[in-house]
Design a binder for this molecule. Structure first.
Ligand code: HMH
Length: 207
């Protein structure tokens, strides 16, 4: 069977569900999340985005020319996102200069290792990482202030459209890949689902 973004989601329904639903997000939606939990997420996700930006730069360097414009737009957005995280940390009075917790460090290691994979596997992984956040922040529905701003950032229609484009590019790259690459893409997808779940759990534990 063809390896596509849709097929991977359909073949791993439970893992994908757990990557995109968590009591942390439900707590944001109803406003019961504790500041310590939210700030843990904020700091660790800032550190995540620093590592993710490196992956984005590497992906851009490996991508065919026709895929570059979406990735260039994504890189610009990630740069702006890091500025936004800095603004939010000042607003909330939290220090961003922190140590990566194990779930964040494991994600960073995974993304570093991805850089030695072929372009189709990297493209699939990049889509999966963004798709997970798009769904996770969108699925609970409107969130209570101040968390509405966060839900809006990853749940807004423009971001959803960007994720669709990334998925189309990954599908196109995977269509030309062999069975070895397809297996590597599937392994990356499963690993991302597990890492996303662990990241939410880390935030929820909030230490
Ligand atoms: C943990 N996964 C995590 N953080 C993010 N910011 C994204 C995905 C998407 O950008």
């Amino acid at each position: 069977m063809a390896c596509t973004c849709k097929a991977l989601q359909e073949n791993h329904p439970e893992a994908w569900h757990d990557a995109t639903h968590h009591p942390f997000l439900d707590g944001c939606a109803v406003g019961t999340i504790e500041p310590g939990q939210f700030d843990t997420w904020l700091v660790q996700d800032y550190l995540f985005v620093i590592d993710f930006t490196r992956l984005a730069g590497h992906l851009l360097a490996s991508a065919p020319v026709r895929h570059r414009s979406a990735l260039q737009g994504g890189l610009t957005a990630l740069g702006e996102e890091l500025d936004w995280f800095r603004d939010k940390s000042v607003e909330r009075g939290v220090e961003l200069d922190a140590v990566r917790q194990p779930a964040c460090a494991a994600y960073a290691d995974f993304m570093n290792n991805l850089r030695s994979e072929c372009y189709p596997v990297q493209a699939l992984a990049f889509w999966a990482i963004e798709a997970a956040y798009n769904q996770a922040w969108r699925l609970p529905g409107p969130m209570k202030a101040p968390y509405d701003e966060y839900a809006e950032r990853w749940g807004n229609p423009d971001f959803s459209a960007y994720v669709e484009i990334l998925g189309g590019q990954a599908d196109e790259a995977l269509a030309g890949a062999g069975s070895k690459e397809a297996a590597a893409a599937e392994a990356a997808f499963s690993r991302i689902a597990a890492l996303e779940k662990e990241f939410w759990q880390m935030a929820f534990e909030g230490s």
